[in-house]
Design a protein around this ligand. Structure first.
Ligand SMILES: CC1=C(CCC(=O)O)c2cc3nc(cc4[nH]c(cc5[nH]c(cc1n2)c(C)c5CCC(=O)O)c(CCC(=O)O)c4C)C(CCC(=O)O)=C3C
Ligand SMILES: [Fe+2]
Length: 311
């Protein structure tokens, strides 16, 4: 008897795959409102600064392959097929759900390539998937992993990478180096909605630092939107200035709200924050991204299998 195929809807942010696609991509992020020429120019220049385009789509593809391989290793009795659907680029979540229906997938698990739940992040991916499911009349059921921010193997994977960053400082200095866990800022109004996002980022930071016995840590925000409404702060650039004012000379930044190398990591931290640190004479070390690291993929695969058990 052939095994029933279980579809995994792995959802990622997406990035333009050519310079021409930057405009439609940016327009999609802005819910159909095209950016001003000046804004488009600035975004294009940020992509140029990291080498022309982002490595995100290749990394998302490698993560999907690695996730499928890891699921088979962890549970050889079942047949898993990982499908990638993106929020702001092709194949969109809606297109991928249509493909799953065409392939006869009846049962599926949804998971997002981001650890922390917010109504404005993971919540919107799930909403897109559910709208697509209604539109295409299937898969019959998708059960979603809502967050995996304290999944033990994710904590192990992050703790190892944070420890490797701290190891770049002499042993006697390490305790005095603050580790800042950052995530993409969101509008402050999520707080009135009781959104779990800020608390979940704290929980990841607490678990990681407890594991490596590093007490000097806090959270910060990055990549806030350039809109008039207030966004969650403090911004990482203000954190760096504040630490400098307090006499701190070294800092480790762990962009724990992201799981890949891409624009928000390679530009906002590696270029912009690094330049500020340089100007202030501070040493900044950024923690490596998980990308398709095996331990990280085991974490996400385990979260998927636990969700499959819950149904
Ligand atoms: C919570 C969150 C995550 C983490 C969770 C997750 O991964 O889902 C994330 C990830 C990412 N965000 C990305 C890129 C962008 N996000 C933008 C704008 C925005 N992001 C937002 C939120 C998030 N974003 C919000 C509320 C806006 C304002 C939109 C509005 O106007 O309402 C803009 C527009 C210009 C700008 O504002 O910088 C860009 C280019 C890339 C891909 C980078 C690459 O291409 O390498 C990635 C992984
Ligand atoms: Fe974004």
């Amino acid at each position: 008897m052939s095994k029933k195929v279980i579809g995994i809807l792995a959802m990622a942010y997406g990035t333009p795959s050519s310079v021409e696609e930057i405009l439609p991509y940016y327009t999609h992020i802005r819910r159909g409102r095209p950016p001003e020429p000046q804004q488009l120019q600035e975004l294009t220049e940020r992509y140029e600064a990291i080498g022309g385009l982002s490595p995100l789509n290749e990394i998302t593809a490698a993560q999907a392959q690695g996730l499928e391989r890891t699921l088979h290793e962890l549970n050889p009795a079942a047949d898993y097929r990982v499908y990638t659907g993106m929020k702001h680029a092709h194949p969109f979540i809606e297109e991928t759900v249509q493909q799953m229906v065409a392939d006869g997938i009846e049962e599926a698990i949804g998971v997002v390539w981001a650890p922390h739940y917010s109504t404005m992040s993971i919540g919107t991916y799930i909403k897109s998937a559910e709208e697509a499911r209604e539109k295409w009349g299937g898969p019959q059921a998708i059960s979603y992993v809502e967050s995996w921010h304290v999944q033990p193997l994710f904590i192990d994977s992050t703790a190892k990478r944070v420890a490797a960053a701290l190891a770049q400082f002499p042993a006697e200095e390490r305790a005095s180096v603050p580790v800042v866990f950052t995530a993409h800022s969101l509008p402050e109004r999520i707080l009135q909605l009781g959104d779990p996002y800020p608390r979940q980022i704290e929980e990841t930071g607490a678990a990681v630092t407890a594991q490596i016995g590093h007490n000097n840590w806090f959270t910060g925000w990055q990549s806030a939107g350039r809109t008039p409404e207030p966004w969650l702060g403090p911004d990482i650039l203000d954190v760096i200035r504040e630490q400098h004012a307090q006499g701190v000379t070294s800092i480790v930044i762990c962009p724990v709200g992201f799981v890949s190398d891409h624009l928000e990591v390679q530009y906002d931290i590696d270029i912009e924050a690094k330049q500020l640190a340089d100007e202030l004479g501070m040493k900044l070390v950024r923690v490596a991204s998980p990308n398709d690291e095996p331990l990280f993929l085991q974490a996400v695969a385990t979260a998927v299998l636990e969700q499959a058990k819950k149904g």
